[in-house]
Write a protein that binds this ligand. Structure first.
Ligand SMILES: CC(C)(COP(=O)(O)OP(=O)(O)OC[C@H]1O[C@@H](n2cnc3c(N)ncnc32)[C@H](O)[C@@H]1OP(=O)(O)O)[C@@H](O)C(=O)NCCC(=O)NCCS
Length: 167
């Protein structure tokens, strides 16, 4: 199992994953649901790659790197790291967003993939803790976080705000 940064070589697998991912699932939004391969190649993929070193983006935009979890030849899931916090991210989505393809859920990939992502995030983010947010009814994702050393740092009506110390 490995995390591979978004790239041109894996474009078709990445497109299949992205286009199948729902528009909104448990607060993880995906504006590219159902996009054609042509549009993905011409516009979506270059845009997502550029997010690591943003150009012509508004001031509030934080660099974000997309990774895909692979098990042998299968693309299993997507993990995104936002490189640092802003006030909006601190009180909102935090550093990491992720999903596992529907047919691969419940097999331990979410927990394992989040673990690999946290290892990378420790070298990227300057904050002392990794911030995560999860819907209160998303038990599977809460378990992935807790299994990776997260604790509940706060909550609002709909979410828990979780943190993982970098140590
Ligand atoms: C959340 C998500 C990433 C979990 O991925 P996954 O590969 O199924 O996770 P795992 O297989 O590692 O399972 C983690 C734990 O949740 C449990 N679990 C899995 N699916 C579950 C479900 N539908 N309901 C309750 N528990 C569930 C597993 O049994 C496991 O528990 P354990 O550690 O006690 O054995 C995946 O369900 C997903 O992509 N959901 C949609 C997007 C999303 O919610 N992203 C996270 C936003 S914060």
């Amino acid at each position: 199992m490995e995390l591979r940064k978004i790239n041109l070589k894996d474009a078709v697998d990445q497109w299949e994953y992205t286009t199948a991912l729902p528009e909104d699932e448990n607060g993880l939004t995906n504006p590219y649901h159902g996009v054609s391969l042509e549009e993905y190649m011409e516009s979506v993929l270059p845009t997502l790659i550029s997010y690591e070193h943003p150009v012509n983006m508004p001031d509030w935009f934080v660099p974000e790197t997309y990774y895909y979890l692979w098990d042998e030849d299968n693309l299993i899931g997507e993990f995104r790291i936002r490189h640092h916090l802003t006030e909006a991210l601190r009180n909102g989505a935090g550093h990491i967003g992720y999903s596992i393809g529907k047919s691969y859920r419940g097999k331990g990939y979410g927990t394992a993939g989040l673990g690999l992502t946290i290892q990378l995030a420790k070298d990227i983010v300057p904050e002392e803790e990794i911030y995560l947010r999860v819907n209160k009814d998303n038990i599977a994702s809460q378990k992935c976080m807790l299994a990776n050393g997260a604790y509940k740092a706060g909550e609002d009506e709909e979410h828990y705000f979780m943190r993982i110390p970098k140590l």
